[in-house]
Design a protein around this ligand. Structure first.
Ligand SMILES: *Cc1c(COP(=O)(O)O)cnc(C)c1O
Length: 470
């Protein structure tokens, strides 16, 4: 070891000394003593190793007690913070699967908090004073809203589809139109789910056209189910034909074969009455008389991740007895969030005003424009000479495999910074804490106010300021 190494090593404070100093430092208070001590040792050990390897590499200024404590603070903060953390969705995609799909309202979260913080009647019948079923808690409200005979809820819609196919069609064939063999993303493909459930897929029709007689000709004694899948993330246009759920149900009744619909997103609200393209409504599917209908809790419904199954009492009884139900069961926090979300749907106006997903999708242009101008003014207040902020007429998207063709007109901020590419800007904002996720379009960094919450404006201004270094 050379002389410089010796000198630097002598400068390095001892672990005990830093532990003592950390005890009176308020910044360490939120973290456990064990975590802090672990990082004190780690940081000092690492510095010691670097000094021995190459003493000239480390500036003396980094070896002061203050500098070392700063380094430890940064590392403890990173290690002590959850990896799953909130961020700002400025993409304008409302139901963004990668960003957690639904935002829950405070009213819903209050209920989740109450249920999570104590014991609950999750599986306890308060009238009888004995074991109850978690599914019964939510059955009535689902039936009230949709008109279904019976209902239950599992972990997600993929699980719901798997469970239903496994119960109804294991060892039998399931008839599906070629135009509806969808892949949802994240490896959910109807043909693959079919294999897992032990059912055998029988495709009918062609990609663009499927007729009732195609289904009819395909039914034989092995047929267990006629399945209709909502093509949620694409749309076949041009010379097309598909069979309505109503016609499929008539055929099923005539040939004594059950009919199921995977609605994907599913909504209780008539979007066409709010100036948007119509999305299939759950109530209509129920009215058509399908034996089973499944859809997601966290797409257009705007609730927590869940898979909702509606259907006849007979079908639901069979599904409830399937051992897979236990593996796919919904947890109590989800149940609490879902029940309070459903309660909002007892009054459509309340639902549209209080469920963030619906509120964002239906936000009127003047509100979006107001928010865009607001944010632009706040950014211009930074007086960054290299930054230009334009208002652009771009579209938001509902996302989440819903309203596939629907682009909702929006007023976005287009930001350009001289000497900085949109990609560099995008990356900088993404790495900010909390991260701000934007999109890039026409060489602009684009922020869409539709998905930005009112209390996030400050965060965005801070993030831009940090990235520009103003
Ligand atoms: C989204 C979707 C699914 C999967 O639902 P998850 O709730 O994400 O599991 C299944 N089928 C269709 C048609 C969908 O759109």
């Amino acid at each position: 070891m050379n002389e410089l190494s010796q000198k630097r090593l002598r400068k390095l404070p001892g672990v005990d000394k830093i532990i003592e100093a950390a005890k009176s430092d308020a910044d360490f208070v939120p973290f456990s003593q064990g975590l802090v001590t672990e990082y004190i040792r780690k940081v000092i050990d690492r510095l010691r190793a670097r000094i021995i390897a190459d003493p000239s590499e480390i500036p003396e200024a980094l070896l002061t007690e203050d500098a070392i404590i700063e380094t430890i603070k940064t590392q403890v903060r990173i290690a002590g913070s959850p990896n799953l953390r909130p961020l700002v969705n400025a993409t304008g995609i409302v139901i963004h699967t990668n960003l957690g799909r639904s935002v829950l309202s405070h009213r819903v979260l209050d209920n989740v908090y109450k249920v999570a913080a104590g014991y609950s009647n999750l599986e306890y019948d308060l009238t009888k004073g004995k074991r109850g079923s978690r599914y019964s808690l939510i059955r009535e409200i689902l039936c009230d809203i949709t008109g279904a005979q019976d209902a239950m809820v599992v972990n997600n819609n993929a699980g719901a589809v798997l469970l239903c196919l496994d119960t109804i069609a294991r060892g039998k064939t399931v008839i599906v139109s070629r135009g509806e063999l969808v892949e949802i993303g994240g490896a959910f493909r109807i043909p693959d789910v079919m294999i897992k459930s032990g059912a055998c897929l029988k495709e009918v029709g062609t990609t663009n056209r499927t007729h009732l007689k195609d289904y009819e000709n395909a039914v034989d004694p092995d047929t267990g189910l006629l399945l209709k899948v909502h093509t949620s993330n694409y749309s076949i246009i041009g010379f097309t034909a598909s069979v309505s759920l109503n016609s499929l149900v008539s055929l099923g009744n005539r040939l004594q074969v059950p009919v199921m619909e995977d609605l994907g997103s599913g909504t209780f609200v008539d979007f066409s009455r709010h100036g948007l393209a119509a999305e299939p409504m759950v109530q209509d599917s129920v009215r058509s008389g399908a034996d089973i209908i499944t859809f997601s809790g966290d797409k257009l419904l705007g609730g927590p991740q869940a898979g909702i199954i509606l259907g006849t009492r007979e079908m639901l009884n069979r599904i409830k007895m399937n051992p897979l139900t236990r593996a796919l069961r919904i947890d109590k926090l989800t149940l609490a969030a879902l029940e309070s979300t459903l309660q909002l749907y007892r009054d459509e106006t309340l639902a549209v005003n209080e469920i963030p997903t619906l509120r964002m999708i239906m936000a009127p242009m003047n509100e979006i424009e107001h928010r865009a101008r607001d944010l632009r003014d706040r950014l211009l207040d930074l007086h960054a000479p290299d930054m230009k902020v334009d208002l652009l007429d771009l579209d938001s998207r509902a996302g989440g495999g819903s309203l596939p063709m629907l682009e909702i007109p929006s007023k976005c901020l287009g930001i350009r910074v001289t000497g900085m590419s949109p990609n560099t800007l995008e990356k900088g904002l993404r790495k900010h804490s909390p991260p701000v996720i934007c999109r890039i379009e026409n060489d602009y960094l684009v922020m869409d106010p539709r998905t930005i919450q009112a209390d996030e404006i400050e965060t965005i201004v801070d993030a831009i300021e940090a990235v520009l270094g103003t």
